[in-house]
Design a binder for this molecule. Structure first.
Ligand code: SF4
Ligand code: SF4
Length: 441
């Protein structure tokens, strides 16, 4: 084992360890939420995941970006099979270790090259749409700063990685044709063969330097990409799968009842039923979280809402379909998801630093205003549009519940109705004993 292999092994081990630690923190952050059972109807869940995450069925509703996205996704995943060969070569000092596959190897390399070209072209088009054409969807208020840069950084990174892959193959071919060192004639190169003329005039030493540079750039770039994911909206590459598996399978507009309130109402309607006992406080990250009506902070949301938040691709399809947003209201379902994710990440960082959570005086309501929450019509156009089955409405409803039930904050138009429900068990200003009086007049 040479020095290069040892360096490679150290880089690989460091990247894997950092990635594993980031994933552990991500799982911890998601589990800061409340428990919720989403393990029923398993067959339907696998089918939903296959259709929505693997088949990208909701992406292709908008055909041009949809098909380009499918290309980038399929290309990136398939080309990374090549990483296996790169890793084995890197560890053991071999070169094109799978070349013994003969014709099948030719087919693999040829398809990787075609896909690499398609990914490269798709990423350039995406970049032009974002930065050149400045599509409104990508320039919403909540996209200012890091979110907009994040999207473009990753596109540039993919362009560079695919470029390095093709140039690596081109230099490799020239060296193999010259019979230099361990370079062997293997594989089929329908795309990179067009790059060969740029390298053919170079000396063997310069070529080897270029080939090694592209090789290292490609593999270190992929490992860096892996560790960039947890800090980026591109985490959806991983989370889209579990998130769609745990999709809400009930009708989209069905709002979950609060068990405790349902129990209270039952006992109100039937005096023989005892009102329910309050649930004990949960201990999360070293602090007691009391039972609350609705959501004050991320601890009061379900773990699925937090997984939703970390799965958000920031594509803005939800906001572009939201009637409240389209009529100029402050509400953007994408911002609801980004704020929830940022708050969960903020709390996660504090726990990492202090070993436990210490109340910082803020909450999810410090980021999401009442005006945004009350603008929602609960139409569910956002959940319908979301390509990874995220449910912003659940977060909005839980936060509204908190405002109404814990803070007594509501819209003036609703105050009368709430008072009537509380006093009469119905939205009208009459007791239930007076309901049939209209028949007597
Ligand atoms: S449910 Fe609310 S947030 Fe979603 S699209 Fe309708 S109004 Fe917008
Ligand atoms: S919630 Fe869904 S539709 Fe909205 S920005 Fe996130 S991924 Fe896109």
């Amino acid at each position: 084992m040479g020095i290069a292999n040892i360096v490679f092994l150290v880089v690989l081990a460091a990247a894997v360890l950092v990635f594993a630690s980031n994933i552990r923190k991500l799982v911890r952050n998601i589990n800061l939420g409340k428990d919720e059972q989403r393990n029923d109807r398993k067959g339907e869940r696998w089918a939903t995941m296959a259709r929505v995450a693997l088949g990208q069925s909701k992406m292709v509703v908008r055909p041009v970006p949809g098909i380009l996205h499918v290309l980038v996704y399929a290309g990136f995943v398939i080309i990374n099979i090549e990483v296996l060969e790169i890793v084995i070569d890197g560890v053991f000092g071999t070169h094109r270790v799978f070349a013994f596959l003969g014709g099948f190897y030719d087919l693999l390399i040829a398809s990787f090259e075609v896909l690499a070209l398609l990914v490269l072209v798709a990423c350039v088009i995406f970049l032009i749409r974002r930065e050149g054409l400045r599509l409104q969807r990508f320039w919403g208020k909540e996209m200012a700063g890091w979110p907009r840069s994040d999207a473009s950084i990753i596109l540039v990174m993919e362009i560079l990685l695919m470029g390095a892959f093709l140039k690596l193959n081109a230099t490799d071919q020239v060296l193999a044709a010259r019979g230099v060192g361990h370079y062997i004639v293997a594989g089929s190169y329908p795309v990179s063969t067009w790059l060969r003329p740029f390298f053919e005039g170079m000396s063997d030493g310069t070529l080897i330097a270029f080939e090694r540079t592209y090789w290292w750039f490609h593999i270190v770039g992929i490992l860096a990409f892996l560790n960039y994911l947890p800090y980026s909206k591109h985490l959806h590459i991983l989370l889209a799968f579990p998130n769609t598996w745990y999709s809400k399978l009930k009708p989209k507009t069905e709002i979950a009842n609060m068990e405790r309130v349902t129990g209270e109402v039952r006992s109100m309607m039937d005096l023989s039923i005892a009102p329910p006992e309050p649930s004990p406080a949960r201990i999360v990250a070293g602090v007691e979280v009391p039972e609350r009506f609705g959501a004050k902070d991320i601890f009061d949301l379900s773990w699925k809402s937090l997984m939703d938040a970390f799965s958000c691709t920031e594509c803005g399809r939800c906001t572009s379909e939201c009637p409240a947003n389209l009529t100029g209201k402050l509400l953007s379902p994408r911002k609801i998801m980004m704020d929830t994710r940022d708050r969960a990440a903020e709390i996660g960082k504090a726990i990492d630093k202090n070993g436990k959570w210490e109340d910082d005086g803020n909450s999810l309501h410090s980021r999401i205003t009442e005006e945004e929450l009350w603008a929602c019509t609960t139409c569910n156009a956002c959940t319908q549009a979301c390509p990874v089955n995220i449910d912003p409405v659940n977060i909005i409803m839980e936060m509204r519940r908190y405002l109404v039930m814990e803070e007594s904050k509501t819209r003036p138009a609703l105050t009368g109705m709430f008072n009537n429900v509380e006093n009469n068990g119905a939205p009208w200003a009459f007791g239930s004993d007076k309901r049939m009086e209209w028949t007597e007049s």
